[in-house]
Design a binder for this molecule. Structure first.
Ligand code: SF4
Length: 216
């Protein structure tokens, strides 16, 4: 595995209950090579931009968060920065061995397994993967994923039970940041949800962070 010490990040969130099992931190990485039609995270697609964080700095943040069971890696495309994310999970688990990891990817699991040592290293550290590109015509309000072609794949026993649970939308969470601006996290249940939500909030005078987001 390549030793990578920095990660390009679009946004982080301390607590979230709509992007994976239980209560989790979320890291949205910056940059995705895919261009799914209807992607609701357009601001995370360019590889330029974002904020560069050191892996130990992010590990300290995650390791110190109370009352979360793990982290969800979203984006952007987490498997475009697999070495840094694998290293991050190693750092966190040195302090919290029980810490779980879930990731989204626009690539299919089978392709990731053929994707080289860094991608395989990240796969081996994940408990749960949501794979495949977002397809707007297959968006049906499903749990944790934007479209029906995407699969929720347990990679360890930690979340093996989730595939037998109700497959309905986990909704979205709106949170207020330290500067008073609002952001949201979750999988939009319907196409166009983001635009409608942001228009309604703006009409009521709420200021939304430019990179308010999801995963789709
Ligand atoms: S939906 Fe995900 S995989 Fe597709 S373009 Fe957007 S960030 Fe990339």
């Amino acid at each position: 595995m390549t030793e990578v010490t920095t990660l390009s990040v679009a946004r982080t969130l301390d607590r979230c209950t709509t992007l994976g099992p239980g209560t989790r931190a979320v890291i949205w990485v910056q940059g995705c090579p895919l261009r799914c039609r209807g992607c609701v995270a357009a601001e995370t697609l360019p590889f330029e931009g974002g904020t560069t964080h050191s892996v130990p700095e992010l590990a300290d943040w995650l390791g110190g968060l109370p009352d979360i069971e793990g982290v969800t890696l979203s984006g952007g495309e987490p498997f475009s920065q697999p070495g840094a994310l694998a290293s991050l999970l190693d750092h966190v688990r040195a302090r919290r061995p029980e810490f779980t990891a879930m990731a989204y990817s626009g690539f299919r699991h089978e392709a990731l397994r053929r994707g080289g040592p860094d991608r395989i290293a990240l796969l081996r550290r994940l408990d749960l993967l949501v794979d495949g590109p977002y397809v707007a015509s297959e968006q049906h309000g499903l749990r944790w994923r934007g479209s029906a072609n995407q699969r929720v794949i347990p990679l360890t026993d930690r979340y093996a039970h989730v595939t037998g649970e109700p497959d309905t939308s986990a909704g979205v969470e709106v949170s207020m940041d330290g500067d008073g601006s609002l952001s949201w996290a979750g999988v939009p249940p319907t196409p166009g949800f983001r635009e409608g939500l942001e228009e309604r909030l703006a009409a009521r005078g709420f200021v939304l962070r430019a990179e308010a987001r999801r995963e789709a």
